[in-house]
Design a protein around this ligand. Structure first.
Ligand code: CA
Length: 250
């Protein structure tokens, strides 16, 4: 059913420390084959046999991307206790950008879409070959490295500072606690100061094109965001309403 093909060693070795991969899989046979294949490629592998154990391994750490103990997660969907989709959803809700490759016995389009909708980066249907798994993991790590390398360490505007990799915002030197949607909104604004965004554009970028709901959602989140970052939310100096168009920063 599962073939252990030794993956070809044509790709250049990863520079620096070995990538750390968390494998969450309850089926012993698959788990062991995946671990063997990944370790054979030089990855440092940690295993969890169920969702709760995985959560424990992840939760013990800070939310900061630099301190997250894994560079990628290979995640089975059907798990005892907490399932893979919920685990994935939770990590994304916390703003954790770790690349996630979902494994599933189900191959229907719905599961695939569902997996990607909860924030997984890639999806592999069982049975799969170990060569395929290695190729996907390698691609995922490479893509993630490129993304984080081009991401600025800090975005600044006036008295605001936003750290994309740490999901952290300071307003006048004080830490502000934003929800993931508020954070994403502010990140978008701070990435293009003075650009006017329509409510529809903000919905597409922050909530996703599949979001069902109206643009009032944007207004509500903008109000919450202002309450957290503005000196006086009733006369905002950061998030400005552009009547008839939308919003802009500054
Ligand atoms: Ca399973």
């Amino acid at each position: 059913m599962f073939s252990i093909e030794s993956a070809t060693h044509t790709a250049p070795p990863d520079l620096g420390r070995a990538n750390r991969i968390l494998v969450v899989e309850d089926e012993e046979l698959i788990r062991e084959m995946v671990v063997l294949a990944l370790e054979d490629e030089g990855y440092r592998v940690t295993v969890a046999e169920d969702g709760t154990t995985a959560l424990g391994l992840i939760r013990d750490t800070e939310r900061s991307a630099d301190q997250f103990p894994f560079d990628a997660i290979v995640l089975d969907i059907m798990l005892p206790q907490v399932n893979g989709l919920d685990l994935c959803r939770l990590l994304r809700h916390q703003g954790n950008p770790v690349p996630i490759l979902i494994l599933s016995a189900k191959g229907s389009e719905t599961d695939r879409v569902l997996g990607l909708e909860v924030g997984a980066d890639d999806y592999l249907t069982k049975p799969f070959s170990m060569r395929e798994l290695i190729a996907r993991c390698r691609a995922l790590l490479r893509r993630h490295r490129l993304e984080t390398a081009t991401q600025p360490i800090v975005l600044q505007f006036g008295d605001l500072a936003l750290y994309p990799q740490e999901c952290r915002v300071l307003a006048r030197g004080e830490q502000v606690n934003l929800s993931p949607k508020e954070f994403r909104l502010l990140e978008l604004f701070m990435g293009s100061p003075r650009r006017v965004w329509s409510r529809e554009q903000l919905l597409d970028r922050v909530w996703g094109v599949d979001f069902v709901g109206d643009s009032k959602t944007v207004d509500v989140h903008i109000r919450w965001l202002r309450e957290k970052i503005e000196r006086d939310p009733s006369t905002p100096e950061y998030i400005i309403t552009v009547r008839g168009f939308g919003y802009r920063l500054g």
